[in-house]
Design a protein around this ligand. Sequence first.
Ligand SMILES: [Zn+2]
Length: 246
Amino acid sequence: MKKLVIVFLLVFFVISGGCDKPLKDYLNPPTTGNKTLPEIESKIPMARTLPEVFKQEIVSDMAAIRYIDFETSSWEREFMPEFIMIHFMNGVVVSKEDPYNKDIVRDIFMEDGVGINYVIDREGNILCMLPENRCAWHAGEGEFLDCPKYTNKMNFYSIGIELMAIGSKDDMLQYIDGATYDSLDDSLKGFTDEQYESLNLLVAELCERYGIPKNKDRIIGHEEFSPHKSDPGELFDWSRLELEGK
Ligand SMILES: [Zn+2]
């Protein structure tokens, strides 16, 4: 029994080891290229635990609720969101003719055991799949700005938004072959004006609600965190996001 407890403690120590870096390591975060996160200095020493008010089930007024199962797609959020992560998704693997069918998309979340806070459909409608007090499982493994706090833990610190879209051929080759991509109607590819419009509204609201700086260091693409991912990809026009400091 004693041995078991020691093994458990050892395993726990190994698993949690990466999260317990001394504070000073966070105060001088390494930089990547010309990207830095100066805000880290002021924010890390403060309690980052979610204030009680944010433990409520918050959903943007602009969104229609289309919840997926909380238990197979998310954890309860513990920390204030610091990032917004943008993705694309579609159901083209299931249906080439109807890749934006909302039931297909919802089934993909449920079957894959993943989650997202918001989906924006082709018409710009915002759907809430998980309220903001849920940490959706959308980011997966990855790293950001060489800061160990975020390594494989971006789900904890971000709100995820999926745009229903099909990316470029290169972006899509990990899901479908080239011939299938070529056979798709061109109107299905890329992002719509309505999506950019709704995304701007939603990002503005979330930044305001959580005090997230509305700039490119904090509004990030999935591919920036997980290099093996290709979303939102080449067809997403970042210049259409109304960010500060551009
Ligand atoms: Zn993604």
